[in-house]
Design a protein around this ligand. Sequence first.
Ligand SMILES: Cc1cc2nc3c(=O)[nH]c(=O)nc-3n(C[C@H](O)[C@H](O)[C@H](O)COP(=O)(O)OP(=O)(O)OC[C@H]3O[C@@H](n4cnc5c(N)ncnc54)[C@H](O)[C@@H]3O)c2cc1C
Length: 377
Amino acid sequence: MLDYDVIIIGAGVVGLACAAKLSERHSVLVLERHSSFGQETSSRNSEVIHAGIYYLPGSLKAKLCVAGKEMLYDWCQNHNVNFKRLGKFIVAHDENEIRKLEKLAQNALKNGVNDLEMMNSEHFKEIEANVFAVAALWSPSTGIVDSHGLMKSLYNEAIKNSCDFAFHHEVMQIKKLAEGYAVVANCTGDSFEVSTKFVVNAAGLDADTIAARAGIDIQKSDYSLHYCKGHYFRLNHSKSGLIKHLIYPVPPEKHEGVGIHATIDLDGAVKFGPDIHYLDERKCDYNVTDELIEKFYKSVARYLPSLQLSDLSPDQSGIRPKLQPIGGDFRDFVICDEKDKNLPGFINLIGIESPGLTACLAIGKYVEKLLSPYSPE
Ligand SMILES: Cc1cc2nc3c(=O)[nH]c(=O)nc-3n(C[C@H](O)[C@H](O)[C@H](O)COP(=O)(O)OP(=O)(O)OC[C@H]3O[C@@H](n4cnc5c(N)ncnc54)[C@H](O)[C@@H]3O)c2cc1C
């Protein structure tokens, strides 16, 4: 007799969304190395509910973002999580960027995002008087969410469904049994072993480490993660009235990120970021130095010309778990049952960078579907 149906490794927003969903029908244990949920990437992001504009049509990123966005708005509404359907503009700086906006609009349409509107500079100026653009693409379904409130609601839902959580438990080993798996965790120096039918690896920045601990050759499978830091700078509070919606530049070609954008949080504070900074070492250094201020100023002043250097001060940072190496091509989320690697019911979630927050509920549903062949009605 196995202890649990499902063990989920990691209590970030994705692990929590999987826990809330899977605990509807299964006994579930979540193992998390920190003292609480959401201590890593899930609390270090832009808190934007993405529309699904940028991603390669047909990719999991595109499909799960578009589906997840609506699921997330509904969830927030029904679970009293703070959110705002604020809308965003992607702004073109010159004629060449207008063509890029048109391409983005076509891409979005292929992803099922059919509410975008191209605006000329006069129309745009009436809405965002302080932002420079020769044209702008309006996305009304983009929004912002209280990520901590969201995680709390997912945690509460899982608890309501009798899901167990073991904090301070770092997973060190996954052993395949004749049926299911034994998961070995380190709990403040003591070893703890528990058995399960299925494993969901939602370990974020260490999802590749967990895959390796289950015996997968991560080099051969192309699962190795690159740490890509994104810094933020905040705008002096007295200037927060400068923008009314989220403002994004045209993204860089390689889609390593969506450009240093302006987000407004639920309290009305404005922050700019994240930039793209691949780390040489896999270390979670969240420091934000003043030295980056010039780079941020130059980038933001392109669309916010009245900005002064002194309006900016260092804010938070986050680290993206990227499958895409520096300068490499688009990589999709890896979300799969590793049955072909002789690990049936071991579900890997690797490279869950943006739009992972937006897509979390759709990811939970997708994982449930991957497990459904094992539990016929
Ligand atoms: C700068 C930045 C901006 C972003 N902006 C947005 C945005 O605006 N909108 C959006 O949709 N997405 C955004 N994202 C992406 C989003 O934040 C992530 O996709 C999402 O938070 C991933 O959640 P997760 O649960 O997979 O990972 P995490 O939040 O990293 O959780 C993984 C958990 O696994 C635990 N863990 C790891 N190893 C072990 C182990 N061995 N044993 C036990 N526990 C372990 C960790 O402690 C952690 O708690 C952004 C990301 C970054 C970095």
